[in-house]
Structures are given as C-alpha cells and as structure tokens.
Design a protein around this ligand. Sequence first.
Ligand SMILES: [Ca+2]
Ligand SMILES: [Ca+2]
Ligand SMILES: [Ca+2]
Ligand SMILES: [Ca+2]
Length: 487
Amino acid sequence: MRYRRAAVLISVLAFLAAACGPGGDASSGDDDHRQAAPKRKSGALGRPDFDGDGFQDAAMVVTGSAGADLDWVYGPVAVFRGSPDGMRLAGKPLVAGSGRRDKGGFLEEGFSSPLTADLDRDGRTDLVLHQYVPVPSTQDNQERGGRTVVFHGGEDGLSATPRTLSVPGDDPKNPFNANTVGDFDGDGSPDLYGGGSIVFGPFSAAGKPRAVRRVENDTSVSGPHATASPMAADFDRDGRSDLLVGHRSDEEAGSDDDSVQFFRGTPHRGLVEDSDLSERLSKAAGDRGTDIRAGADLDGDGYPDILPPGQGDLRQRSYLRGGHGGLRPGMARLSVTGSDTVGSPLLPAHVTGGSARNTVSTVHYGSADQRGHLQLTRLTAQGTTATMAHLQTLDMDTKGLPGKVAEPGSDARDRFAESLRVLDADHDGHDDVLAAAPFTGPHGRYGGFWYLPGAPKGLTTTGAHHYSRDELGLEQRQRNPHRACVR
Ligand SMILES: [Ca+2]
Ligand SMILES: [Ca+2]
Ligand SMILES: [Ca+2]
Ligand SMILES: [Ca+2]
C-alpha cells in the first residue's frame, strides 16, 4: 500500500513537471511550438531542452523492485535527448546518480521528484531533484535524509554533478523538498514550491535563491492528511502561476476530509489563498480520494481547467473552468465518449497534429485488470461543454510494442506507463510520448522506458523504442537479497 501511494504521488509530480507549460500555462505553450524553428530558446517554464538545441528533452528517475536492484521511489536519472531522428539517450550510461548501495544492500544515493525549469535563465533547462542522502552517522543508513539539488543545462546536456540548492533552514533531516515549479510572482524567473514554502528565483549559479517565503494558511504542513499533491498552472492567465494543493484523506486513519486549496500568484506576496475558491473546490472534490486533474484546457478557450477528484469514472462529469479571477462561476459539463474511464494525469498534447487537441494519461495498474494502460483522447468543445473522445489505448498487448510482458501471477505487476512525458522529440509537429514502468522481475526484465512517436492517427509503434535495463547502462550489483531496499 505504501508503495502504491508513493507511486501515485510520484506520477502526480511527474505530471506537474510535464504539464505546467510556459508561464505555468499548460495550454498556450503547445500551440506555439509547432511553428517554432528548432533554434528557438525554450521559455523558463517551457518543455525541457537541456542542451538548448531546440529539440525537446526529458529526464526520468529509474525505479523498480529490490529484485531488480532498484528502489521504488529513489533512483538514478535517465536523460533522453530529442533529435531529428527521435529520442536518444544522452550519453551512456546515465547522466547522474548511481542508485548506489552500500555493502549491506542499503541505498546510499538516489533521486526522486524531477522538476524542470530554467533556474539560472541561460536559455537551457535545468533539472531539479530531491536527492536521497542518509543522515550522517546513523546505523545502516536507516534514517533517510535529503536535499534539493540542481543539474544545470549546458551545450552538452546536463552537468555531470549536481549543485545543492542552498535553502535557508534546510538540513538533511528536514530538507526543503521541491514539489512543483511555477513563476508565482510573475517576474519571469521560475520559483519552487514545497512543504508550505516558496523559494523564489532567480537562482545564482551556486544555487542560491533570491528569497524564501512561507505560504500563509497552507494546511499541507499542518492538516491531518495522508498526502498533499500540489499543482501549478496560471488559471487566470495574469502571468503569475497559481497553485492547487489537494489534501487527500488518510483512508487508514478513517478520516474523509479531502480538500483542495487554491492559492493565487501575486506580484509581491507570493501565493495568497482565495478561500472562496478553496471552498468551491473542496465541495467539488467530494469524498473520493483520487487525483486532481488540472492544467489541461478542456474547452479550448486558452485557460487551464480543473477536473475535480472523483470524476474519473463518473457518468456525468463536470469541471471547473479557469478564467478571470482564477475560476469562472459554476461548473461545466465534460462528456466522455468511447471509454468509461478518464485517466490521470491529464497531460495536454498535440499528438495527431493540425489544430487537434489531445490528452495523454495513464489508467494505472489499479485498473480493473490490474494493468497499466496509456490513454490518448481528443478534446473538442461546444460552448462550455467539452468532449473527450477516446482515440487510443496502448498497453503491453498492443501489437508491435516492444518489451516483455509480465506473466500473470508473477510478483511483477504490469505498471506500463505509470509515469509519462509528452514531448515532440523529433520536432515534426506531432507530440511524442515517453512512457515508463518500474523495472521488476528477476534482473529487472519487465518494465523500462518506451519512446512512442506521434503521428496523424495517434501514437505509433513504428519507430517506437524500448529502453531496457542494460541499455540504460544499469549493471546488476552483488547484494544481499534480505537487506535490499530502504523504504
Ligand atoms: Ca535538446
Ligand atoms: Ca518568480
Ligand atoms: Ca495567475
Ligand atoms: Ca514528434
């Protein structure tokens, strides 16, 4: 259960990295990339381009089971770089982080929660991660500590070694952990949010932020929640990212007080809660503890919208429309055709080309058949009524999809597409998808990373590539199987 919770939270965080497009506005950035020349510089919050060559890139954490000699949450980082021929690995084996273990098999180093933004504003995207480090002098590294680090983008890709962000008050036992990125004060420099604080850019080359500020009324640090998943987008398009913080109730503790807070980005005070909008959102959230799907522009008016929790498998779905003031009054209707389920996260994309708007999501292994599915839909709207039409489902049974299918009954659950990136790696005007599943099974034979090129009819297995454990350069280490994994 703990593994599953962690995985869901990570997928939400991955969504944040991918969905909060330029200026924290997930909708407009996708429209202009199709006309842009490859030499264009990326925006400070745009899709990542680590080497600044105009081809979009991606970074994902390599996770997996103890049997695959990996950890479910922390791991080394695989960096994929776009090119005219599609996706390529950026040098072998991996850019950063060994996922190293000590002699007893305990994790010594690993990364999680990747976020991307151009922190130092040099035109090349940087990679922000939470780095696991044992608290010094604790027995068997049992006590986990951490810090936030940044790999800086450069002409040859990301820097080989990370710099620690120097956040005041940060120490390995109580680290600042960046959960999402946005430009909350609208000064053009990306800021980081985590644990009820905003760390404001610009950041110096040495990793020093301009300022740090607590967010008033942020109950994610005090409320009785199990997990709090933040998400940034510019819902009113005033140039300042706004923030949603969903508080999921702790089912095990029997509490059912799911709530959502809406914080508006302001020029001088950072994030300020709009309690009316928080109340509206919390009412809409109901008592069903699923993910908030926010940031995609469902009705095509240019403002990011919100599909409140509990709407994934309802028959009559309604959503909240972003707009002036943050959210427009009332609820609008979302009709879903061709499928019963709305996956999560809901990543905005232009896979099929032209003016078509798509979403890419996962129906993860908690689905009825306990398997992972990648879902592609097409969005249209008539007035405020949005329609999400099912276009495609890809899973391990999809003809032509490379990679090994886990045998039924094995401990290797099919977690295909548990985390996702949308990017136009080959810059052909069709967004492509990088889908990941943790490595599981003996020697990590299941799982991996899949590059799936976009085409007029959807995602295609023609030109698709599966990156195995070996191809990533991960060597199986000798270890003691009884002491393999720190959680
Ligand atoms: Ca690039
Ligand atoms: Ca800023
Ligand atoms: Ca805003
Ligand atoms: Ca493409």
